[in-house]
Design a protein around this ligand. Structure first.
Ligand SMILES: C[S@@+](CC[C@H](N)C(=O)[O-])C[C@H]1O[C@@H](n2cnc3c(N)ncnc32)[C@H](O)[C@@H]1O
Length: 357
């Protein structure tokens, strides 16, 4: 186990035990030593789809232009990217929109919590920062125009709480220091009311609930209901999430326990796509998916684009590197199937492909 930061020890000593979600929030976003606030994470400890290969952003751009062209609209449309990381997807989307002569029809908004990553985004976006893009703090937009939210590996980075059913009673996970001053976790009795969605689970099952995710997704659903638009979400998880502990840390590229390296490891969990779908249906939204990331990208012409880019590249070393990143993005036993895409949209938009999964 790595050293526990002094400010976390102080917090745990003063509170005795804290919620799992408070522990995750501290480890990822504490101003002094939080992982996303202070460490070079994306592209070092783990790799994301936009960082792997430009085709990811190009396919999303083609999709955006295709669906938005179906509806006559004189106003500019807004793209809002949640958790833009290094700004690579934003850069790829803006440059593709420019190539498609569609740049002037859109503005680009970045919603980012980490001050360090905001700086990285500004540097990586360069000139693009100046015209059509800005950072926003509030998702309750007042702008009366269609909104297209893009979330890649955003929801799996939000803090969660875990509840366990024991003897037909729900208990909540807490984090504390044990008698040897090591980080420890256990389930304790709770008065928290569990949503009906989870009522039928079995004893010993664990459910994962994110209040932060609930707040954000309800805000996004409300915005697209009022202003029209779409939420395009890519994230990590199976089609049917099991009632079990899916939390994992990533330390220097390797999986680890979330208590192993507080503030020095990433912490993620599996997304419950079925649950998100159930929420969207309450808003009478249309839902496509979840489908695999691979299927989304293939439907948007990823293979054809890959062949064009490969033909343009004359350097054999670069060709090999490009092909290997494309394989990781698309392969069934890699990100192609581990990652899923789910799209929530209002009736006006017709998706250019259909999958029944
Ligand atoms: C796993 S990274 C994904 C980065 C990027 N989307 C990519 O694919 O490379 C998660 C991102 O979400 C941001 N993030 C996490 N929680 C957030 C919150 N509550 N509000 C805004 N951004 C948040 C992180 O700072 C980071 O940029």
């Amino acid at each position: 186990m790595k050293k526990i930061p002094q400010n976390l020890i102080k917090l745990l000593k003063s509170k005795k035990k804290i919620n799992l979600s408070s522990y995750i929030e501290f480890c990822l976003f504490n101003n002094k030593n939080g992982y996303y606030q202070t460490k070079k994470s994306i592209g070092k400890d783990f790799i994301t789809s936009p960082e792997l290969n430009q085709i990811f952003g190009e396919c999303i751009s083609i999709f955006l232009v295709y669906v938005s062209n179906m509806v006559k609209c004189n106003k500019k449309k807004s793209i809002i990217e949640l958790g833009p990381g290094n700004g690579t997807l934003a850069r790829d989307i803006m440059s593709t929109l420019r190539k498609l002569n569609a740049h002037d029809n859109w503005n680009y908004n970045l919603y980012e919590k980490s001050d360090r990553l905001k700086m990285v985004q500004k540097i990586n976006l360069g000139e693009d920062c100046k015209d059509n893009s800005k950072w926003i703090k509030n998702l309750n937009t007042k702008q009366d125009r269609p909104h297209f939210f893009i979330c890649n590996e955003f929801f799996d980075a939000l803090p969660i709480d875990q509840y366990k059913k024991e003897n037909n009673e729900f208990k909540k996970k807490k984090i504390f220091l044990n008698s040897c001053n090591n980080l420890s976790s256990a389930f304790f009795k709770t008065k928290k009311k569990i949503q009906d969605y989870y009522k039928k689970i079995n004893n010993e099952d664990i459910i994962e609930v994110s209040e932060k995710m609930e707040n954000i997704i309800h805000r996004l659903f409300n915005v697209i209901k009022k202003k029209q638009g779409m939420i395009i979400l890519f994230d990590y998880g199976p089609f049917n999430k099991k009632n079990m502990d899916t939390l994992q840390g990533i330390y220097k590229g390797k999986k680890c326990d979330i208590l192993f390296a507080p503030c020095s490891s990433d912490i993620t969990h599996h997304i419950d796509f079925k649950y998100l779908k159930s929420l969207a249906l309450r808003y009478n939204l249309n839902v496509l998916g979840p489908i695999t990331q691979r299927n989304f990208l293939l439907s948007m012409g990823a293979d054809e684009r890959m062949r064009i880019l490969l033909n343009k590249e004359k350097n054999v070393k670069k060709q090999k590197k490009f092909l290997s990143s494309y394989k990781k993005l698309m392969d069934k036993d890699e990100m192609g199937e581990l990652f899923k895409c789910i799209i929530f949209h209002t009736n006006r938009y017709k998706i250019p492909f259909k999958y029944n999964v």
